[in-house]
Design a protein around this ligand. Structure first.
Ligand code: PXP
Length: 242
């Protein structure tokens, strides 16, 4: 039985596909991963089509759109190529992220202040196609204001610094995220968060007032190796409620 928390859980399946791409095998199967995640209570399925195609492939995105029953969140860089793919696939949600080729994972948030015009163009093209656009940003008031100005209805706050710090530094970062959520909510933005969240650090973020959705991938897929994907998703939901 799955536990329903008030905050939505978007399950990021990138690293299921990392295992497939390590050997270019037909397994593990994305369709099965989507179905098991949803059966376990995922409110949405997230995937990042990176420019270097290191895990999710173009065909995966089209297949996912057909299989997903909940809602699809496509993470992508602010490029013309990705915009055109998103307009063709029409996921319910798109999260615009910064992307650097050599990084292990998405490092830092989008610089919406410096690249406002570009982000505004992509946001308006996707919004016209009825796709809810979210901007993956640092918990910083200036960047939140710029995101609202760019016309994005949703932001996703980068929790990487919170996740990688300990002690007082982590408490300070939690406060910074809480202030950012309150500020964004006062502007009418929907607020999501993600990156580096795991079973032991998720609860304080899930308990922030006005938090709408958490997008979590690596820790769920890693735990699924031992307990299976359904249990890993269910246990994350349970932790989000504590
Ligand atoms: N949100 C965004 C925008 C991301 O880029 C990622 C990583 O792909 C995540 C959430 C999930 O991060 P993690 O895999 O560390 O849970």
């Amino acid at each position: 039985m799955s536990v329903k928390s008030k905050v939505r859980l978007g399950v990021n399946l990138d690293h299921v596909m990392t295992i497939r791409q390590a050997r270019f095998t037909p397994y593990p199967d994305l369709k099965q991963a989507i179905e098991l995640s949803e059966k376990a209570g995922a409110d949405g399925i997230t995937m990042h089509l990176r420019e270097d195609r290191r895990h999710i492939q173009d065909d995966d995105v089209y297949l996912a759109k057909q299989v997903i029953q909940s809602s699809m969140n496509l993470e992508m860089a602010a490029t013309d190529e990705m915009r055109d793919i998103a307009l063709d696939v029409k996921p319910e949600n798109c999260c615009i992220v910064p992307e650097h080729r050599q990084e292990l994972t998405t490092e830092g948030g989008l610089d919406v202040v410096a690249h406002g015009a570009r982000i505004k163009d992509i946001t308006s093209a996707l919004t016209e196609a009825n796709i809810a656009v979210s901007l993956f940003i640092e918990p910083d008031h200036k960047v939140i204001d710029a995101s609202a100005e760019a016309g994005a209805p949703v932001i996703e706050l980068h929790t990487g610094t919170y996740a990688s710090s300990v002690g007082d530094k982590q408490v300070q970062e939690l406060k910074r995220i809480m202030n950012a959520v309150a500020h964004a909510a006062s502007l009418g933005l929907v607020v999501n968060a993600g990156h580096g969240l795991h079973y032991e650090n998720v609860a304080p973020i899930a308990n922030i007032e006005h938090m709408f959705e958490l997008n979590i991938g690596h820790s769920i897929v890693a735990y699924a190796l031992f307990v299976g994907l359904e249990t890993a998703v269910q246990e994350m939901r349970t932790k989000m409620c504590t």
